[in-house]
Design a protein. Structure first.
Length: 254
């Protein structure tokens, strides 16, 4: 990032008090969690290993009911490593502490924003924290099925029903609170889009609607099809970006 862009973005962030953020899988890759569509992402891995109709099938309910293994392989890899929040997660928690954040929407299910200390987090694709039996509806804490998953198994309920973590699959509704903010977005003076290919609706639509009326910054390693809709596009590593901006903001406090 050149000096001019760095100063301009740091100034916008210093002045902002109602930042809305959308994060995607790219914010967690430096913690060791794979993204989906990036180079060597999860979709490429499952496509090679399992003969899937499409890589997204791991998040399709009918496919999951027939073949839950690819989905659980992804969950297992996420849990086996006990990932820690990245510098970027910590930067967002710090922004909230500084009273600058209005809302943080994450598409991620890895819970790293909470682990970093962020509080106003809307997990729009659900979470791995809890799970439910697809047959009888019984609810589980993830801790209850963790051992079975880590041992390579597919967790089943006492009723023998398949257990699915409470994350949003394609075709399922997002949490009600997401539609509330989608219909009536919070008052924002800056929009930050971080580590997302903006490929998945309605999360991307929520952000791009807001970008039509709000100064916006997209930080992503690769270009996205929607770059032209954003005020500033920065194609670089997120941790590097956050470190640069954090240092710049601390140099000149608001
Ligand atoms: P994607 O995998 O589609 O996009 C992640 C983006 O992050 C890619 O464009 C990478 O270039 C970028 N990236 C990766 N590492 C980075 C780094 N260190 N610094 C900067 N950029 C980096 O992930 P999402 O947009 O989050 O759905 O995907 C959205 C949804 O698609 C996911 O929530 C998931 C999936 O189907 C569910 O889990 C239901």
């Amino acid at each position: 990032m050149d000096e001019f862009t760095r100063e301009r973005i740091a100034r916008a962030m210093r002045q902002a008090t109602r930042i809305v953020v959308l994060t995607g899988a790219g914010i967690s890759t430096s913690a060791g969690i794979k993204d989906f569509r990036g180079k060597d992402g999860m979709y490429e891995i499952v496509r090679k290993r399992y003969n899937l109709p499409s890589p997204e099938a791991i998040f399709e309910i009918n496919f999951f009911m027939r073949q839950p293994e690819p989905f659980y392989e992804m969950v297992r890899s996420m849990f086996a490593m006990e990932a820690e929040p990245t510098l970027s997660h910590r930067f967002l928690a710090w922004l909230e502490e500084q009273g600058k954040m209005s809302l943080l929407v994450t598409q991620n299910i890895d819970m790293l924003h909470h682990k970093a200390g962020s509080k106003a987090v809307l997990e729009c694709h659900g979470t791995l924290r809890t799970a439910s039996c697809l047959t009888c509806g019984r609810s589980f804490e993830f801790a209850e099925i963790r051992a079975a998953v880590l041992a390579g198994g597919i967790p089943r309920c006492e009723c023998q029903g398949l257990i699915k973590p409470d994350i949003v699959f394609f075709g399922e509704s997002l949490p009600a609170e997401f539609y509330t903010v989608h219909l009536s977005p919070p008052d924002a003076d800056l929009l930050l889009l971080m580590g997302t290919s903006l490929n998945v609706q309605p999360a991307a639509g929520f952000a791009l609607n807001l970008a039509a009326t709000t100064e916006s910054i997209l930080v992503n390693r690769d270009p996205t099809p929607y770059d032209a809709m954003v005020t500033h596009v920065v194609n670089m590593d997120l941790d590097r970006f956050c470190q640069d901006i954090w240092e710049e903001m601390e140099k000149t406090p608001s």
